[in-house]
Design a protein around this ligand. Structure first.
Ligand SMILES: Cc1ncc(COP(=O)(O)O)c(C=O)c1O
Length: 392
């Protein structure tokens, strides 16, 4: 039976960050009660119900009641290798994989271990927590260039930055959040070439990689391991299957020495991936294929509808290659934070303000489309109506 993605989780009373009125009120300076109608399209998680087969497996696992210390089994690694092979046509070896806690936490741990007190570069705008990772060393930023409705990297400027700032580590987001761009093979090839030339370590966050929206393929940095191996990929099915609350992920790196250092570091901190999270990663990768295909169909329709509506305005929409987030520029808006607050208070539509993406973001906001189609449509219509009459 086909999964019905119109069905939504009931999330108002279970502590969901996206749906809890008290949290929303703090963040948007609103005064909602739990019963008010609102449209939370900010924090990047999804409102869809879980696949029934996965739920059944989970119940069985929980029913067995063993949450004691454990070793990660071979089947976990096999599920990852098969997923990357089938979905991304990349070949990963078991020894390259390190189970870890959350995707962003892994980036923090890696930055702390390898780049503490060193120069760390991020390309902006980018997912806000990258900045706190970079601050584990000395944080540097370089703006991405906005060109023909997409971001591109100015490689001349990047090389100059590597030279002048003595960059040790690049924190890279592939696909890009908030822009949704899947970087091309040629772009990544240039990037890796430059990093190799200046011995810059790359920490690549690939959490949005499975949510393939456009026809452009996703290229993982794993594809460049044979050219340069000072690269860690941090990834998980956390976005794809909405399981971030389980705080489990894994890293991929082909450099034996770096991997050993990372594993030793995790051991020294007594950090081990947790049992339920490991089980869920394996289960969604093995059993979630049909649900995943249905998800892509539903998201593509949501994104198409959103773009279709917004293109009737003067807003500039960045069409995502991957991920369920859309990055939008409102040319008339001078203060995006104020706009977001006013929108929330007057229409109950809750969007992510551009200022959460570090810099190079004035006039931008981000919409999360991973929700019920009709709710999304209502929210977009409210946004358009509000924008058209907004006193700037
Ligand atoms: C680029 C990126 N990395 C990491 C995360 C968080 O991942 P996790 O919940 O696995 O830590 C997000 C969440 O929005 C994200 O957009």
């Amino acid at each position: 039976m086909k999964h019905d993605f119109n069905l939504m989780l009931e999330r108002r009373y279970n502590g969901s960050m996206k749906w809890e009125a008290s949290y929303i009120n703090k963040r948007f300076q609103t005064h909602f009660t739990d019963e008010d109608k609102f449209y939370p399209l900010f924090i990047a998680d999804m409102d869809f119900t879980m696949d029934q087969g996965i739920k059944d497996k989970l119940m069985e696992f929980v029913g067995a009641g063993d949450f004691g210390y454990f070793h990660v089994q071979d089947s976990f690694y096999t599920s990852i290798i098969k997923w990357h092979e089938d979905i991304h046509h990349t070949h990963i070896q078991k020894e390259w994989i390190t189970p870890s806690i959350g995707t962003i936490t892994s980036l923090h741990l890696l930055s702390d271990l390898f780049s503490k007190d060193k120069n760390i570069l991020i390309l902006t705008p980018v997912y806000g927590p990258f900045y706190s990772c970079a601050q584990l060393g000395k944080a540097h930023t370089m703006p991405l260039t906005y060109c023909n409705h997409e971001y591109v990297i100015d490689f001349k400027k990047l090389e100059k930055t590597f030279q002048e700032k003595h960059i040790h580590t690049l924190l890279f987001c592939n696909p890009h959040n908030p822009g949704g761009k899947a970087w091309s093979y040629d772009e990544l090839n240039q990037l890796v070439g430059l990093c190799k030339k200046y011995n810059v370590m790359i920490l690549s966050d690939e959490i949005h990689s499975n949510i393939l929206i456009s026809s452009k393929p996703f290229v993982s940095l794993v594809c460049f391991f044979d050219q340069y191996d000072r690269i860690f990929v941090s990834t998980s099915p956390n976005k794809t299957f909405n399981i971030s609350g389980l705080s489990t992920s894994y890293t991929i790196c082909s450099n034996e020495d770096l991997n050993q250092q990372f594993n030793n570091y995790l051991s020294s901190l007594h950090i081990g991936a947790q049992r339920l999270g490991i089980y869920m990663i394996e289960t969604v990768y093995n059993e979630g294929r049909k649900w995943y295909q249905g998800l892509l169909e539903y998201l593509r329709r949501n994104i198409e509808m959103t773009i279709f509506l917004l293109e009737t305005t003067d807003m500039e929409v960045m069409k995502p290659d991957a991920g369920y987030l859309i990055w939008i520029h409102l040319p008339k808006v001078k203060n995006i934070d104020q706009f977001i607050m006013d929108l929330a208070n007057q229409t109950h539509v809750l969007l992510e303000t551009g200022s959460r993406f570090i810099e190079n973001n004035e006039g931008w906001l981000r919409i999360n489309t991973a929700t019920n189609h009709d709710l999304l449509k209502e929210a977009i219509e409210k946004l358009m109506e509000f924008y058209n009459h907004y006193e700037m």
